[in-house]
Design a protein around this ligand. Sequence first.
Ligand code: SF4
Length: 265
Amino acid sequence: MAWRGPPGCRAPHASRKLKGTCVSVRQTGDMKLTAPTRRLVGWLPSGMLDWPGRLSSTVFLGGCDFRCPFCHNEALVSVPDVPAEWSSLITHLEAKRNWLDGVVITGGEPTVDPGLPEMLRTFTEMGIPVKLDTNGNHPDVLKPLLAEGLISYVALDLKTPFSRYASLTGVAESSARVAESVEIIIDSGIAHEFRTTVYPGAVTLEDLEEMARTIEGGDRYALQQFVPTTTLDPRASAVLPYHPDALHESAARCSRFLPTIVRGA
Ligand code: SF4
């Protein structure tokens, strides 16, 4: 199983294979081997892309409440009919924990998974740091997880200016919830980044400066180049990305509010 992996949608690259397709969950006396989720789509054994600077495994959870037109992760937007084998993931992490720097939990949207807190506790008990990728639409889930010390790094995707969130994502009130998550993350003191896939259908270059202002005080802002490949809304794949120079110029302007980098351009 493989997906196109754009900057910004937290998907594996097409060349990177996901492991695990079996449904069975081994019942043993070891609670770590009891699956906390039925949304495990698959996992990557190791890589440096999903948590820059760290060698990490990446866990993909299916299901998302947003419907971003530029989403490259159609296979991860829905809950899988047949979850991957949790015990295989745990066996891998047990075997490699001395050389892995962490686990990245991504999707889809991990915070819609009722099994997420238990999953995080399992990794924490194993001594494995966790990076969480989120769309920010569930501050009520995020806040207690951060307070419990279950997350070492958070990456929140900022999709568009708050004034256009509902029309882009298809979710009413999402702007207020994402804004609350931004505040929670900045106030938490936990390492983090905000990032935007700069899809011209959702974000103008002028918008980026406005968006940077709303996350002022954050650790870092990453502008990720839009890649017009397969998208949730097929019309999005016909949209041309901005010129790389324009992105770098925008990043320089955004840096007035917080450190800003460009990825993929
Ligand atoms: S938040 Fe948007 S881009 Fe990310 S998985 Fe959900 S629909 Fe796709």
